[in-house]
Design a protein around this ligand. Structure first.
Ligand SMILES: [Zn+2]
Length: 62
């Protein structure tokens, strides 16, 4: 199952911030920030996106 509404919390500094899987921008304090999580090899995987457009583009690649 994919959960597009997960939140990464509020203590993310720029150094620790994830990069958008699509465009590579650092995702920090983005109002349209998206996180997708899924289970793969019995581990939780996650992908971060700076907005819904990047998330849609990434889905198209999989
Ligand atoms: Zn992006």
């Amino acid at each position: 199952m994919v959960d597009p509404t997960s939140d990464i919390g509020e203590d993310v500094s720029e150094d620790d911030a994830p990069a958008c899987e699509t465009c590579g921008d650092v995702v920090v304090d983005e109002p349209d920030h998206r996180v997708v999580t899924w289970i793969e090899d019995a581990q939780v995987q996650s992908a971060h996106f700076c907005n819904g457009s990047c998330r849609t583009d990434w889905d198209g690649d999989r």
